[in-house]
Design a protein around this ligand. Structure first.
Ligand SMILES: [Zn+2]
Length: 84
């Protein structure tokens, strides 16, 4: 059986579903995969999850207010062009 793919290593690291029993069994017995997962775990353990704040109810209005011109003014000429 082939070694685990990078995606399978990530699934295993995070304990996500999708790794079949045969792949778990391979991982438990294959020294190369055990070593690869250990190396990946060292890297992923250092990654700190980032909390992304909720944008707020006025987010869309704030984005639109920061645009220099109404978008329709800029794309209007493009929309009115006739296609050949
Ligand atoms: Zn393997």
């Amino acid at each position: 059986m082939s070694h685990l793919s990078q995606e399978e290593f990530v699934l295993s690291y995070y304990g996500e579903p999708g790794l079949g029993a045969d792949r778990h069994e391979h991982l438990a017995q294959c020294q190369a995969c055990i070593a690869e997962l250990a190396g990946l775990a060292i890297v992923l353990d250092r990654v700190t999850p980032v909390d992304v704040p909720e944008p707020g109810d006025d987010y869309e209005a704030r984005v639109w207010s920061r645009l220099p011109l109404p978008v329709t003014n800029r794309i209007g000429p493009l929309l009115s062009r006739k296609l050949p």
